[in-house]
Design a protein. Structure first.
Ligand code: KIV
Length: 291
């Protein structure tokens, strides 16, 4: 099979919109370092998201709230150094766009200076001002509605959103407000599939779903979920394409067993001492070379 990355052009917002208009669904995957980014780009994904899910997935936090700008910059820089052809989006972490427009523009603009092509932020009507300010500063903004992980305490947990009629209407209204404010795309997370499809119909800009059903214009998954790298039962909306956790644990255990059994490394994994050096070493050992 030829690599999907062969001859790929750099993806941009107009190219992504063209794909959607041509009836193609967009695939966005999270990546938190250069290894993830190279794998995702080689597989030909349309967008890479340096998500603040790095907090739960890689940094051991219980939620995304402790993730800072410094942490996001560190992970964004690692991904951006690989110069992916996929369109590169980065999450604005909690408190990086809540404390004033100037602060928000500085934080989001700093991401663009580090190689991101767009930023993502969570929230609806309450984010209209900040979205407008960022767009006005030439910073493309992706919205994020429904189950927004930075609102975990306000929501009272990670429950599916928009199940009640008034909540469903609010999701649609928020999406329209974000579109009017200038968002170029919106992530819909953890909402019923019917609502995901309805929001997608109501909007002119594309939607990207995660636990929002097949009616969205594209889908996003967390890298580690797709590869099954995390232990335990995944969320309902995850499809695992390999058993990365089990396969990795088994490979590491086999290596440790080989080390303990003295069968790793063998000759194939070892460097050979050239004959003259071996002779000299033997002579030295026999005392002839010592003074
Ligand atoms: O941080 C993240 O990974 C995300 C996706 C779940 C959309 O925001």
């Amino acid at each position: 099979m030829s690599s999907p990355s062969t001859n790929r052009v750099q993806l941009t917002i107009p190219k992504l919109i063209e794909k959607v208009q041509a009836g193609e669904k967009l695939a966005m995957l999270t990546a938190y370092d250069a290894v993830h980014a190279r794998l995702a780009d080689a597989a030909g994904v349309d967008m890479i998201l340096v998500g603040d899910s790095v907090g739960n997935v890689c940094l051991g936090f219980d939620n995304t709230l402790p993730v800072s700008m410094a942490m996001m910059n560190h992970h964004l820089e690692a991904v951006a150094r690989t110069r992916p052809k996929a369109f590169l989006v980065v999450d604005l972490p909690y408190l990086s766009y809540h404390l004033g427009l100037e602060d928000s523009i500085r934080n989001a603009g700093g991401f663009l200076q580090r190689g991101a092509q767009a930023v993502k932020l969570e929230g609806g009507a309450n984010r209209v001002q900040v979205v407008k300010a960022l767009v006005d500063a030439e910073i493309p903004v992706m919205g994020h509605l429904g189950l927004t992980p930075q609102s975990v305490h306000a929501m009272g947990g990670y429950a599916v959103q928009g199940r009640a009629g008034h909540e469903a209407i609010r999701v649609v209204e928020d999406a329209l407000r974000l579109q009017d404010a200038g968002c170029f795309m919106i992530v819909l997370e953890g909402i019923p599939a019917d609502l995901g499809a309805r929001v997608t119909q109501e909007l002119e800009i594309p939607t990207i779903g995660i636990g929002a059903g097949p009616g969205c214009d594209g889908q996003v998954l967390v890298f580690h979920d797709l590869l099954g790298l995390l232990p335990g039962k995944p969320a309902k909306f995850v499809r695992k394409y390999m058993s990365g956790y089990e396969d990795s644990v088994s490979a590491i255990a086999r290596w440790a067993e080989d080390v303990r059994g003295g069968v790793f490394p063998d000759a194939r994994e070892s460097y050979i001492l050239p004959e003259p050096a071996r002779k000299l070493l033997n002579e030295w050992h026999a005392g002839e070379g010592r003074n």
